[in-house]
Design a protein around this ligand. Structure first.
Ligand code: ZN
Length: 67
């Protein structure tokens, strides 16, 4: 299954660019079925929060759960 590779790629792309509707749909269909990709998404979110904190715009308690 090469799907996870695509999904993780899209998840990290989403930090840099806007995804198309089709790309979001692919993610939304895949994430509920795959704990690996859910963990990946969690990790890159934490990395992004850490990057914000490091750049001086700290947002305490910004870790969100939407599942
Ligand atoms: Zn996956």
């Amino acid at each position: 299954m090469g799907k996870c590779k695509n999904i993780t790629r899209l998840l990290s792309d989403a930090l840099d660019r806007s995804l198309t509707t089709g790309e979001w749909v692919a993610i939304r269909l895949h994430l509920p079925t795959c704990s690996g990709c859910r963990n990946y998404r969690k990790q890159i979110r934490l990395l992004r929060v850490a990057a914000h904190t490091a750049s001086g715009s700290a947002t305490p308690g910004a870790v969100q759960r939407d599942e």
